[in-house]
Design a protein around this ligand. Structure first.
Ligand SMILES: Nc1ncnc2c1ncn2[C@@H]1O[C@H](COP(=O)(O)OP(=O)(O)OP(=O)(O)O)[C@@H](O)[C@H]1O
Ligand SMILES: [Mg+2]
Length: 352
């Protein structure tokens, strides 16, 4: 959402808890830009986090603790983001009103759109102020998140002695870091392909107009390799990442990659088609890919040819400074796509 950049307020450490790995990013504000203080990631055991739900809070907690220790992060204020079935984001068009009136009205509005009992959710909203001139209606972004799911994260982080002060949503964090790092022009699709889900967020003139989560991701590749060759998950993952040579498995692996990536591309094309149907006057200018799945070799080129659109990998550090003696630039380049959401959380000023 539209948040003040380069805030003078205290920043949080961004913690992105995905289904495959935890990513952590700490920034500081310098005169002109953000500077990277610290960043890193740690892989989670299979099933510890699933569809945005913390199944194994103790194990995840230990891994986060270890990661903070290894990175020597002393700061306690953290932000994290949620995604999956437990969070619903909905844009509604309402009569223009003051924030206070909106606050009072939003509950009844949410009842129509949020398929959960409102007593069980945290509700938030933001007036996107899309009304121009004397228009009397505006778009408002509604966010509802299941309390029990959010509370699990809060408890887990508090149990580590951390102080969680920001709860973000994956798609918003991505948008946030995109807006900070890239020029605010044109119409762009942000696509995050993680291990278990793909988040598509199309932004037109600075406003999110299509947002969806689809249950596909790079883990699909690992699972297919696992079953095709009857091997363990870890070995399949290593084969997928090229950490062990494919040798005679090469051809079958290529087929797996091609069929899965074709499915991803079809989903992306569906979202783009929907966008173009509603905004024929404002064609999409670019696709920016993030998440570990975006690093599948050849995906950028394949997607570019299938959509006839410019495609690039997200560099969430393009407008940030870094001490190259402390953080290796090659590591930074490689890890950029996975770090997009963590950086998006880390540039949000803490509000509490
Ligand atoms: N070069 C690569 N090719 C294919 N897959 C890759 C590559 N590098 C990383 N991945 C995959 O990306 C996934 C991790 O990415 P990421 O950290 O974005 O996922 P996550 O945030 O944990 O998952 P999610 O957001 O879906 O819950 C893993 O499945 C990993 O195997
Ligand atoms: Mg993720």
């Amino acid at each position: 959402m539209n948040l003040p950049f380069l805030s003078r307020e205290d920043l949080v450490v961004g913690v992105d808890i995905g289904s495959h790995a935890v990513k952590v990013c700490q920034l500081k504000r310098t005169d002109k830009a953000y500077a990277i203080v610290n960043l890193g990631s740690a892989t989670l055991p299979d099933g510890a986090v699933d569809d945005g739900t913390l199944n194994e809070p103790e194990i995840v907690g230990e891994i986060i603790s270890e990661l903070f220790k290894n990175l020597k992060i002393k700061k306690k204020k953290v932000g994290f983001s949620i995604s999956g079935y437990s969070v619903i984001v909905k844009k509604v068009n309402l009569a223009v009103m003051s924030d206070q009136e909106l606050e009072e009205h939003i509950q009844s509005e949410a009842e129509q759109y949020i398929p959960f009992d409102l007593d069980d959710v945290y509700l938030d909203f933001q007036d996107l102020k899309t009304n121009v001139g004397d228009e009397d209606r505006t778009d408002v972004m509604l966010v509802a998140a299941k309390q029990e799911v959010v509370d699990e994260y809060l408890e887990m982080l508090e149990g580590l002695g951390l102080n969680p002060v920001i709860v973000d949503v994956d798609g918003f964090a991505l948008e946030n870091t995109y807006e900070y790092n890239y020029p605010k022009e044109g119409n762009v699709a942000l696509v995050d392909i993680g291990a278990s889900k793909m988040n598509i967020n199309i932004i037109s003139e600075g406003v999110s107009v299509v947002a969806r989560d689809i249950v596909v991701g790079s883990r699909q590749l690992t699972e297919q390799i696992e079953s095709a060759f009857d091997i363990e998950f870890e070995e399949a993952e290593a084969l997928k990442l090229g950490h062990i040579p494919a040798e005679e498995k090469q051809e079958e692996m290529e087929e797996i990659f091609l069929s899965t990536c074709t499915q991803w591309v079809l989903e992306i094309k569906k979202a783009i088609d929907l966008y173009h149907a509603n905004h024929p006057e404002a064609p999409l200018s670019r696709l920016v890919l993030s998440g570990g799945g975006s690093k599948v070799s050849g995906l950028v080129e394949y997607l570019a040819s299938e959509t006839d659109t410019e495609v690039e990998l997200f560099n969430p550090f393009s407008n940030m400074t870094v001490n190259e003696k402390k953080i290796d630039p090659d590591y930074l380049k490689n890890v950029g796509p996975e770090m997009a959401i963590a950086t998006g959380i880390a540039i949000r000023p803490s509000v509490i």
